[in-house]
Design a protein around this ligand. Sequence first.
Ligand code: ADP
Ligand code: MG
Length: 363
Amino acid sequence: MKIVLQNLTKIFPSRNKKVKDEVVAVSDFTFTIPDGKLIGLLGPSGCGKSTTLYMISGLQKPSGGKIFFGDDDVTELSAENRGVGLVFQNYALYPHMTVKQNILFPLQNLKGADKLPKEEMIERAYTAAKLVQIDNLMDRKPSELSGGQQQRVAIARALVKMPKVLLLDEPLSNLDARLRLQTREEIRRIQKETGITTIFVTHDQEEAMSISDLIVVMKLGVVQQIGAPQEVYDDPTNLFVAKFLGTPPINVFEGKVEGEKLYIGDAAVLDVPGVSDQPVTVGIRPEGFNLDPNGAFVCKLQNVEVMGRDVSIVSTNEASLNPVVRSIINADNKVEASETVTFSLKPHKVFLFSKEDESRIYF
Ligand code: ADP
Ligand code: MG
């Protein structure tokens, strides 16, 4: 199911007439979510991810704009009639019911023409349970399950109605690191197997990057950039997006352009043809450095961390806006013990941003 968001906006009005503290939680969000894809909705806490998801689900009414499922305008349609499956961060299972009863619950609530015969309900519950690999736990109570298993039950419960759209709001946040990894791969597998258009909300960039067909990066209710994860990483539209994606994070420096050369400190570190003279903020990905004795970019060496395949060089530079400069190079390169380390830069890993509005300056 294709989902069209048209100028979708949500404003929470001020509670108190005297103070003007209305919140624009989502501002003018326009995007067509392609059928059968997994979309990662990504951004820091409070940027409007959940609000967007709740508007798509029908749990919250937009202040402006429209939502289409396929060609149907569902903006005014109630949540029950939209055919969406929702999974929240806290699994919210019914503690007194078994796993089977929990999964069956949404089907037992179907009314009128939607009502299913009992055998079909059971069959559907087992199909959903198999998909998330908990069909051997059907008679247990939620308290007898691990966090990861409980979250699978919640996913099965969302899948059992065969939704046209699956909405997941930070579904892995309550799991420990190992389970988080495993469960995110499970979610990707289930999404591929079912082909259900899925929106996955998370504040964790690595999580979103690893499983999404497309990521949507939001900040303060405003969409910053939409694209395939690698595309957005390689070609961020502004400083916020550049800083939000990537571990270790991008290195950020004060710099200036003079005579089509980029200066960091006093060193001309890169040719930047076509860029006019101006102060700039410079972003350099950790993999954007070459160890190069003839390079122009000199940093004070602090530490070398060997990580098997790669070496992480920790250094400092006066123009750096991060506490340290992190560069990652292939472990075949030997880093000489010395006070300084000298780099040349890979141009496609260096991004320039306007000092005025943090937008990208292309060269
Ligand atoms: P996220 O899920 O990205 O953390 P939310 O969508 O929950 O962000 O919230 C976006 C903004 O809207 C935040 O500033 C939040 O405080 C505000 N907000 C969310 N729900 C309400 C509400 N019911 N009433 C008032 N403000 C709200
Ligand atoms: Mg949220």
